[in-house]
Write a new protein. Structure first.
Length: 710
C-alpha cells in the first residue's frame, strides 16, 4: 500500500513539471505573438525606416581638382588617378579549388611585375592570409593606370572582385610634370589635414571645386553601389590657375642658381625675376643644401626669409639722403675707416679710396662713405631717416597671395634695441631685416618710375576656356620718392655696372642697372673662426627701358668667394641673357647694330650630323656644305675671307675616349654619349656649351656626363 502511494506521488510530481513547462511555453509563445503584433502595428514603420537607413547612404563625389599652368601654357600641377590593389581572400569569395588552381601562376605574374620579391614570397603571404580569411590584403599602392591594366590580366585577378577577390581603390594624387621647377611656389595641399603651402593652399577653394553627392545601397560583403536618385548632385570641377611663371625662364633661373650653389657649396639661395610694370613674378627659384650634399626646393626663402640685406640696402639710404636735400651725388665723403661711438666701421677695400664723391662711394659700395653721409644728415634727428624708409613702404608686408611672407623689420628710435650705432649700421643694411622679394620690390619701384607694385603670382583663373577672374596689377605706392631723386639713383645704379662692383655685367647686349651686396652673417658671434657671408645682386634691365627686375641671393658661399659681384651677378646675367634672347627680341640694345645688307647669311650652326647640315644649307639656298653625310662634323671656318664655302671637320669618335660634343645640339650630343654607354645630365637649353668630362680622357661605361647648354 505504501509502495503504491509513493509511486503515485512521483507521478504527480512529474505531471506538475510537465504542466509548468507547458505553461511557460504558452507564455513565451504568447509573448512572441504579442511582440510580433506590436512590431507590425505599432513599431513597424519606424523600424522599416531604420532598416532603410542602414542599407542606404549618401556618398560624397569628389570634384576633380583644377590644374595650375604657367603663363606660357605649360602644365605645372595636375591631379592624376592612382590606384591601390587589394585582395579579398575570404573563402566565400575565392573558393578553395579556384585558389589552389591559380595561386602559383598569380604569384609568378606578381614576381614578374615586382622582381624584388620572389614568387615563393608572394605565395607565402597569400597562403597565410587565406588561412586568416583576410578580406583586405594590400597587394600594391600607388599604381598607375597602365600598371593596373596589366595587373587586371593576371590569373585569378581577371575574374574580378566577386570571384577573384581583386579589389581596386582609386584616388587622385597631385603631380608636378616639371618636377622641382618652382615647386615651393606651386606648393601642395592636404585635404585631410587642411595644411598646405604655395598656390595650392592660397587658391585651394578655386582649385578644389564643389563636391557632389549620390545615393548608394549596401550589397553583399559590405560593398556599396550607386543607385539612381533625383537627389543626386553632380560635382563642379575645380578651376584652373594660370600663374605668372614662365617655364623656359624658370628652367634657366633654377639651373643657373643650382650651378652657382654647387660650384660655391653654398647653404641656400634664391633668385626672383619680376615684370617691372605689372609686378608679375616670371621666375622664382629656391634651393637648399640637403644632408647628402644635393640641393632641393624645401623652403621658399624668396618670400619667407627676413635677413639683413647688407649693401643692397644702400639704395634706400641714398634715397633718404637725396630726399633730405642737404647733400647731392657730387658731395665728397671719406672712405676707409670711421669710428661711430667707439665702434669702427671699415670698407671691404683695405685703406679705402680716400675722399670721393657720393656717386663713387655708391658705385664702389663704400660702407664708410654711405654711413658718414647718413650720419651727417640725420644724427640730430635719426627718426627722420626711419620715416623716409617708412615712406618707401619698407616697414610693411607686400600682401602676397601666397602665405608665409616674412615680416620686415625697420626699427624706430623708440625701439628698445636702438643705440648710438644703429643709424650708421642701418644705413649699410644691418640691424634691420627684409625678405629678398621685399628688397627686389624697392628696386623694381625705381625701375618703374617710383611706382611700388604688389608682386603677383597668378595671372587669371579659368573654368575650361572661360576666364572667370583676371588679376590686374596692384599699385601699393604711387611714388616712393621725388622725380629728381629717382633720376639720380637710376644713374647711380647704372654706374655700379659701368664702373663699379658689377663691371662683369657691363658687356651685356642690354644695359643693366643694379647693386651688389655682401653681408656678414655671423658678425655678432665674437671669437668665431670663420666669417659667413650672404652674397647678392639686385637690379633691372634694360636700364634705358626697364622691363624686368631680378634679385639673386646666395647664403654662405664657400670656395673663398663671397662678394655679390663674383657669386650672385653671374646668375643674374644668365637669367637676363635668356630673357633677352626670348622675351625681349624686339629690344634694340646698346650693343646691337643694324647690319642691313651685310647681315650674315650663314646659318648659326656650329656642329651637327652631316646630313642635317646639308638640309639646312639647302633650305637657306646656300652653297652645298661639303660634309660627310653620315658623320658628325664641326664648322672650322674658311681658309680665307674671300672663300664662300664653309670648312667642316669630322668630329673624332675614338672608342673608350671622351668625345668633344661642345657645339652640338642636345639630340646629337645625347645620341653620341649614349652610344658610349654614358649617362647624361642636362642643364639649360640650346647647344652644348660645356661638358663635365674633358675631351680625350678615358670614359667608363655607366659614367655620368653633365652637359651645360646655352
Amino acid at each position: 500500500m505504501e509502495k503504491g502511494t509513493g509511486s503515485e506521488a512521483k507521478k504527480n510530481e512529474t505531471w506538475w513539471k510537465v504542466y509548468l513547462i507547458y505553461t511557460l511555453m504558452l507564455v513565451f509563445a504568447a509573448a512572441i505573438v504579442i511582440r510580433t503584433l506590436v512590431i507590425i502595428f505599432v513599431e513597424g514603420e519606424d523600424l522599416l525606416k531604420i532598416s532603410h537607413q542602414q542599407s542606404l547612404r549618401y556618398e560624397q563625389i569628389q570634384a576633380v581638382r583644377g590644374n595650375i599652368y604657367s603663363t606660357d601654357n605649360v602644365l605645372l600641377a595636375a591631379s592624376v588617378p592612382v590606384f591601390t590593389a587589394r585582395m579579398d581572400l575570404h573563402k566565400s569569395v575565392v573558393v578553395a579549388d579556384t585558389f589552389r588552381k591559380y595561386l602559383r601562376p598569380l604569384c609568378d605574374s606578381l614576381h614578374a611585375m615586382y622582381p624584388e620579391m620572389s614568387s615563393a614570397a608572394f605565395r607565402k603571404i597569400l597562403v597565410q592570409s587565406r588561412l586568416k580569411n583576410k578580406r583586405n590584403l594590400l597587394i600594391k599602392k600607388d599604381l598607375t593606370y597602365a600598371q593596373l591594366k596589366r595587373m587586371k590580366t593576371f590569373p585569378l585577378f581577371k575574374k574580378g572582385q566577386f570571384k577573384g577577390g581583386f579589389v581596386v581603390e582609386e584616388k587622385e594624387q597631385r603631380s608636378r610634370p616639371n618636377g622641382v621647377l618652382a615647386a615651393r611656389t606651386i606648393g601642395y595641399y592636404n585635404m585631410e589635414t587642411q595644411f598646405g603651402v604655395g598656390l595650392e593652399r592660397s587658391y585651394n577653394t578655386e582649385l578644389a571645386g564643389i563636391s557632389g553627392k549620390r545615393l548608394t545601397q549596401r550589397v553583399a560583403n559590405g560593398v556599396w553601389r550607386p543607385i539612381y536618385s533625383h537627389d543626386e548632385i553632380e560635382p563642379e570641377n575645380g578651376r584652373d590657375i594660370i600663374s605668372t611663371i614662365h617655364v623656359r625662364i624658370q628652367d634657366v633661373a633654377q639651373a643657373a642658381l643650382r650651378r652657382c650653389m654647387e660650384e660655391n657649396e653654398a647653404q641656400h639661395g634664391c633668385a626672383i625675376l619680376m615684370e617691372v610694370s605689372t609686378g608679375r613674378i616670371t621666375a622664382i627659384a629656391n634651393l637648399m643644401k640637403q644632408a647628402d650634399g644635393t640641393y632641393d626646393e624645401s623652403m621658399n626663402y624668396a618670400i619667407g626669409e627676413s635677413v639683413e640685406p647688407g649693401s643692397t640696402f644702400k639704395l634706400a639710404s641714398v634715397i633718404a639722403i637725396l630726399e633730405d636735400g642737404r647733400y647731392d651725388t657730387s658731395t665728397m665723403v671719406p672712405t676707409g675707416v670711421m669710428e661711430f661711438s667707439n665702434r669702427k666701421m671699415v670698407d671691404s677695400h683695405r685703406g679705402g679710396y680716400g675722399q670721393i664723391s657720393l656717386k663713387s662711394a655708391f658705385e664702389k659700395s663704400s660702407n664708410v662713405g654711405i654711413s658718414y653721409l647718413v650720419y651727417e644728415s640725420f644724427h640730430s634727428d635719426p627718426q627722420k631717416f626711419v620715416d623716409y624708409l617708412y615712406k618707401m613702404g619698407l616697414n610693411t608686408k607686400l600682401g602676397l597671395e601666397i602665405a608665409g611672407e616674412g615680416a620686415p623689420y625697420i626699427k624706430s628710435t623708440s625701439s628698445k634695441t636702438w643705440s648710438k650705432i644703429s643709424l650708421p649700421w642701418m644705413s649699410i643694411g644691418y640691424e634691420l631685416r627684409l625678405t629678398p622679394l621685399q628688397i627686389l620690390s624697392l628696386y623694381n619701384a625705381v625701375a618703374n618710375d617710383g611706382k611700388l607694385m604688389k608682386p603677383q603670382f597668378v595671372k587669371e583663373i579659368k573654368q575650361g576656356d572661360k576666364v572667370v577672374r583676371e588679376f590686374q596689377p596692384v599699385v601699393l605706392k604711387d611714388h616712393i620718392c621725388s622725380r629728381s631723386t629717382l633720376n639720380k639713383v637710376k644713374g647711380l645704379l647704372e654706374g655700379v655696372v659701368e664702373k663699379g662692383t658689377a663691371r662683369s655685367l657691363s658687356h651685356s647686349p642690354y644695359k643693366v642697372a643694379g647693386k651688389t651686396g655682401t653681408a656678414q652673417i655671423n658678425y655678432a658671434n665674437r671669437g668665431v673662426q670663420k666669417m659667413s657671408y650672404r652674397a647678392s645682386f639686385v637690379g633691372y634691365f634694360p636700364a634705358d627701358d626697364p622691363k624686368y627686375s631680378c634679385i639673386v641671393m646666395i647664403t654662405n658661399p664657400q670656395k673663398n668667394r663671397r662678394y655679390g659681384g663674383e657669386v650672385a651677378a653671374p646668375v643674374f646675367k644668365e637669367i637676363g641673357d635668356k630673357v633677352y634672347a626670348t622675351l625681349l627680341q624686339n629690344y634694340k640694345g646698346k650693343n646691337v647694330e643694324i647690319l642691313g645688307d651685310s647681315i650674315q647669311k650663314t646659318p648659326l650652326l656650329a656642329a651637327g650630323y652631316g646630313r642635317d647640315i646639308q638640309k639646312i644649307y639647302r633650305a637657306f639656298q646656300l652653297v652645298d656644305a661639303q660634309v660627310e653625310p653620315t658623320a658628325f662634323v664641326r664648322l672650322s671656318g674658311r681658309e680665307s675671307a674671300k672663300e664662300e664655302r664653309e670648312e667642316f671637320q669630322t668630329i673624332s669618335l675614338v672608342k673608350d675616349q671622351m668625345p668633344n660634343v661642345c657645339g652640338l645640339g642636345l639630340r646629337d650630343a645625347v645620341f653620341i654619349l649614349e652610344k658610349y654607354g654614358l649617362k647624361v645630365q642636362i642643364y639649360g637649353r640650346g647647344m652644348v656649351k660645356k661638358q663635365s668630362v674633358p675631351v680625350g680622357t678615358p670614359c667608363v661605361h655607366g659614367q655620368t656626363v653633365i652637359l651645360e647648354l646655352a
